[in-house]
Every structure is written in C-alpha cells, then in structure tokens.
Design a protein around this ligand. Structure first.
Ligand SMILES: C[C@H](N)C(=O)N1CCC[C@H]1C(=O)O
Length: 681
C-alpha cells in the first residue's frame, strides 16, 4: 500500500488528520454561533432558531449517504473529498457574506434593510455546508482507513482514535474562538457584533483543510470506485424481496437468509456483501437514542446552563461555553482509554463486547423563578418613599404596614381600583413590561424607577437607561455578572450607585424622592429582586458531561473503526454514512420530542429521554452479544477465488455437469461464509 512509513504509520494519514482537524474547526466554529446569528442578526424567535438549527445539524448527518454513494460508485473517495470541500468552502464564504450588515444597510442605521437577502444567502450557504461537510465526512474517515494494509489492524485502530482526537481538538478550539470573534464589533458604516468574522475564520480554515488535503495527494492510496454499487445493491435487495414473495408457498424450500432469494439473478459475492452491510445496519437501529441525548448539549443543556451560576473563581464561564467540556473530556479520556483502560480490560480477559452509556438526570433548576401573574392578573409594587412607615389598605386586602424606603410586591386582579393612597406611596403597576423569564445568556435584566420630581438619566459603562421621567420607569438593560456602577444624572449634578450581580437575575431599582446629588447615592436607591440570581452552580453539569462523554468515547470512537472494519471493500464509505445517519436520526428525535412535542415539565422530558436510553442500552447489549465479527477481506477473497476457479473450469470443461458443479461449489462457498460469520466476537 503506502511506501512512506513513519513509526509504522503511513505518512499520508498526517494530511488526513490535519484536514479533519481544520474541517471540524470550520464546522463546529460556525455551529457555535449559528443560533445567536439566527436570533440576533436575522431576528428569528427562539423556537424558529432552535428548529432550523437542529434541522441543519440533522441535514449535515443525512448528506453523508449522498457523498458515500458518489465516492463508492462513481468518483472515488479522493475526488469526492476535493469537489465537496470546494462546495463546503463556498457555503462558508456565503455565510460570512450573509452576515455583513453593511451590504443592505443603505440608510446606515446599523440594521440590514433587506433581511430577505441575508436570509436567502445564509440558507443557501447552510445548504452548501450541509452538502459539503456531510458529503466528505464518511469519505475522509474511510479514506484514512484505506491507507492501512491488511496487517495493520492495530495501527488502523490507533488512527481512528487520533482521528477522533483531531475532530475534538478542532471542535474545542473553534468553540472557544468563534464566540470571541462574534463578540467583537465590526462594520463599515456602523459597528455591530461581528458574525461575518465568526463565519469568515471557519471559511478560511475550510480552505486550509482543502489545501492540506491536496498537498498530500501524491502519497495517498486511492482505491478505485467499483461502478454504481448502490444501484446494484438496491436492485439486488428488491429482487430478493420480490422473489421471496413469489415463492411464498410452502412447497418451496426455505433458504438460510432472505437475501439468498436473489441468487437466481445476482452474483454471490454481491449477495454476501449486502448481507455484511445489512447485519451492521441492523445493529445500528438503537443507536440514534444516544445521539438524541448527546445533541441536547447544544440546546437543552445550554439553556439549563443559563439558569445556573457560572462563576468558577478566576474564570467566569458563559452558558454556551459549557459545551467545550465535551471536547476537553474527549481529549483527556481517549488517551486514557486507549493506553490504560482497554489494555487492562484485555489483560483481565474480559469480553468487552458492548459499551454501556449512562445519562444523568438533573432536576429542574429553574427554582429561582418567582410566581408570575397570570393573564388576568397584574403585578403591583408599593414603594414607601417617605421616612416613616405607613399603613396601606388596598381593596380586598388586609391593611399592611409598609416600612420607610421599602417595596412591597404583590399580585392582584387587573380590574381592582386603588384609591386614597398616601402621597409618599408609589403604586407601581407594570404588568405588560415585567420580565417573565430568566434573562438570556446568564445576564441580569435591570431597570430603574424614578421616584423623584425631576427627570433622571441613568447609565453604566455597559448600558444606557436614558432619561427617566418622574414617577416613570426605564426599559430593561442587560448587565453582566460582577460589580456594576451606575451614574445617576440630573442636569449638571450626578452621583454613583454600585452593586454586585450574579447570573440570571432581574432587579428593579427605585430612586428615592429624597436623593441628594453630589454625594454617594448608595442609600437613596432601593433594589427590589424580581428574579433571584441563579443559585445552582454550573459545575453540577460536569458529571452529566462526564458520563455522556465517557459513553461517547466507548461507543463513538469504536463505532467509527467498527463501521470501517465490518464493511465490504466496495461499501466502506457507505457504512460510515450509515453510522453518521444514526446521528441525523438522533437530531430528528430531539426536534420532534423536544421542540415540537413540548413536554411541559423539563424534568419529565429528561426522565423520558433517560428511560428510553436505558431501554435502548439493554436492547443494544443483547444485539451486540449475538453479533458475530466477520473479516470482509477474507470472505471476499474466498468468493473471488471461487469465481476465478469457476471461470477456469468453464473455459476448459464446458457442459451441463460443470454448471451443476459450479452451483454446488457456490453453495459450499456460501456455507463457508455462514460458518465464518458464526464465530462470536
Ligand atoms: C464533538 C463530538 N465530541 C464529536 O466528536 N462528534 C459528535 C458527532 C460525531 C462526532 C463528529 O464527528 O463530529
């Protein structure tokens, strides 16, 4: 195969793993900011953004089928990777261009004037990316496997581990870098969040991936495509089903396998190869459930993280950055498993046939949310601005004593009329404006109520609340966690008010009528906590990440190698695509159950997914126990030898008796296949 070896490994795989690293950087980097791009640039709502996101991810894992068919039947893996990488890079460039707001911002107000242009271009870009990333994915993995000879099983296994490390190295770096690029401000006429840069860098990395792959060109082993194999496979399966149906009567003897009903018309080698593929595909049936749970990292788990405290001391973690725990753990666990755990298991003589994965159910963390008013109620707040406590009597409520400078929040029916309130008591009613959910991305939602007789301007370094009229309130502004200093200004006079924020809280700050400018106004502002800060720490998600990643290491890395080693020579990429198809189905399940079915209680949804996964684990273990490993190369060699011998015989001794003999031999050969596949793993 390959003449240039480094430490027993073909040199060509260096280019393949670097290509994979850059490609995964490109894919995961773009994916990391995609939902935010939908939400904040295209101005889609949460539901539409999440649905399109999961549809895109599912499409990325559906298109491998196309790429694999093109590679195995027509172009070969090498050319398919090159052509589809170009499509992929064009898609990434289209995404980067679609995120330049200046293109359609003719009135230069900072917002695009023709959203249709940006939506259409980004959808075209995403379609090309899905075609490219999905199309090349099964080919790159199988092409890497092709570089090893028959006696390099150990090296090939190590290659698939290193390949997985590169996937996750690229994913880790890009998930850290692209959100930082997105947070930059850029633009020609006005400065906006820099989505074009966040998509532009992944586009550049895809070009690098392509160049690296082309550089290695002279060193690759390039297996030739073997004709339109998928068409033959479909026709052969169709014929077997039809033939079986035609011979359904009891008078016809049964055949060992239903595919044997294609024997009348199809080559025995092809039938044997289809049997190998179907056997593996059958084993894949329960697998999508793993990906269903796994892919919720990007949606449900990240949303859960927004209701948690991300303060890790020196490091403050943003909710979407928690996803980087997965690739970090992969980079740690894969070497540990490969160099320690698997050899240890082997030494202990354990038959490690199936891997169990665990899910971790975390309870509903949104306990920090208060009771919000229903549609027929309104939220009221009473603020005593005086210096003495006052007694307030509201219709239908007991009299209450309101201490000086204190706020009393309560919920009442909208149509209640309030009369005779003391002049120093502010009745603050803002049912339509109150925040009714946790602020986004772990931020804090802050607003001010001005109790003074003059208008006050409030601002911080991060937000401007504008001029607040007397007895009126500002809009909410998002403030990050940590200390914030607010400057209160009226004409030329000002004072400062400082306070500390956690994650995901909401506060209304009441400015007292007694405020005196020029001094510190710490005592003249009362903070009312509308939504408590997140109290559950994000670190509690780490065990959940650990278990799902440990499952991934045992199941996904081995699954890649398994899909390669169990595939017939002409369907290596097709089986890789079958493996990736399980990821696509997993994402569709998320889309249906999590996004469309909308189970009202989050914990009920987690319990449902976890129970389904446990059930699937049991089923999969049973299936894996009965699975018998095969050596496709050996089986194919036996068939080819038999066919050659038959050809020789046909040439020298044509006649009816010989035809019978060939038939008998073929059946013998079939028996050999069946015997070979009956050895347990
Ligand atoms: C980032 C994940 N740890 C990961 O490596 N994968 C998730 C789906 C399959 C695989 C990949 O190839 O990206």
């Amino acid at each position: 195969l390959n003449e240039k070896l480094v430490c027993g490994y073909p040199l060509s795989i260096f280019f393949i793993v670097v290509n994979e690293f850059c490609e995964r950087f490109s894919y995961y980097g773009m994916r990391a900011v995609l939902v935010l791009y939908f939400k904040y640039f295209l101005r889609w709502d949460d539901d539409l953004a999440t649905s399109i996101y999961h549809t895109f991810v599912a499409l990325c894992y559906l298109t491998p089928i196309l790429g694999a068919i093109v590679a195995d039947s027509w172009l070969g893996k090498f050319k398919t990777i090159i052509y589809l990488s170009i499509v992929y890079a064009v898609g990434q460039v289209a995404m980067a261009v679609s995120a330049i707001h200046d293109i359609t911002d003719s009135d230069r107000d900072g917002t695009p004037d023709s959203m249709t242009f940006h939506i259409v271009l980004s959808m075209v870009g995403l379609f090309l990316i899905a075609l490219g990333t999905g199309g090349i994915k099964p080919c790159v993995a199988a092409f890497g496997g092709d570089q090893f000879g028959e006696h390099q099983d150990r090296q090939r296994r190590t290659f698939f581990s290193v390949f997985y490390l590169c996937i996750n190295g690229g994913s880790l770096l890009s998930t850290i870098i692209t959100p930082v690029l997105r947070a930059q401000e850029c633009g020609i006429y006005s400065k906006q969040k820099c989505y074009s840069l966040a998509f532009g860098v992944p586009a550049a990395l895809m070009v690098v991936a392509l160049v690296v792959f082309i550089i290695g060109s002279g060193m690759y082993y390039k297996a030739e495509p073997q004709g339109n194999i998928m068409l033959d496979v479909c026709k052969c399966i169709g014929f077997a089903i039809k033939n079986r149906y035609r011979h359904r009567s009891k008078q016809y003897p049964k055949r060992q396998h239903w595919m044997d009903w294609a024997e009348e018309k199809y080559d025995k080698l092809l039938i044997a190869q289809i049997k190998m593929v179907l056997k593996v595909l059958f084993l894949y049936i329960p697998l999508p459930m793993f990906w269903t749970l796994f892919d919720q990292k990007g949606s449900r788990w990240t949303l859960q993280a927004t209701t948690m405290d991300g303060n890790f001391g020196a490091l403050v973690i943003q909710p979407d950055q928690m996803q980087t725990v997965n690739p970090i753990l992969i980079l740690t666990l894969v070497p540990i498993m490969d160099s320690l755990i698997y050899p240890l298991i082997k030494k202990c003589g354990l038959n490690f046939t199936s891997n169990f994965y665990f899910s971790f159910i975390l309870s509903n963390f949104q306990k920090t949310l208060p009771t919000f008013p229903s549609t027929s109620q309104s939220q009221l707040k009473l603020l005593n601005m005086g210096s003495n406590s006052v007694t307030v009597k509201l219709p239908g409520n007991d009299a209450l004593i309101l201490p000086a400078a204190q706020v009393y929040p309560f919920i009442n029916n909208c149509n209640t009329k309030f009369t005779n309130l003391l002049p120093e008591v502010i009745l603050f009613k803002s049912a339509t404006n109150d925040l009714t959910s946790k602020p986004q991305e772990g931020n804090n939602a802050i607003r001010f109520v001005n109790g003074m007789k003059t208008a006050v301007n409030v601002s911080t370094a991060a937000a401007d609340f504008g001029l607040i009229e007397p007895f009126y309130y500002s809009n909410y502004s998002q403030i990050k966690n940590g200390k914030a200093t607010f400057t209160l200004r009226s004409g030329s006079q000002s004072c400062e008010y400082s306070t500390n924020f956690g994650f995901g809280s909401s506060y209304t700050f009441f400015i007292h009528s007694t405020l005196v400018f020029g001094s510190n106004c710490q005592d003249s502002v009362t903070a009312v906590e509308d939504i408590k800060p997140n109290s559950v720490h994000m670190a509690l998600q780490i065990p959940q990440y650990f278990f799902i990643t440990a499952g991934e290491v045992m199941f996904s890395v081995t699954g890649l190698e398994f899909s390669y080693s169990q595939a017939p020579s002409n369907m290596k990429a097709v089986l890789q695509a079958g493996w990736l198809f399980t990821v696509a189905i997993g994402n569709f399940i998320v889309l249906i159950v999590a996004e469309l079915a909308k189970i009202p209680k989050q914990w009920a949804e987690y319990v449902l997914f976890a129970s389904l996964l446990v059930a699937v684990c049991v089923i999969f273990s049973i299936m894996a126990y009965f699975y018998t490993y095969i050596d496709p190369t050996e089986i194919e060699a036996q068939f080819k030898k038999k066919i050659n011998e038959d050809d020789e015989d046909d040439k020298s001794k044509p006649g009816k008796a010989e035809v019978e003999m060939v038939k008998r031999d073929s059946i013998k050969c079939h028996d050999e296949y069946d015997k070979a596949t009956q050895t347990k793993m």
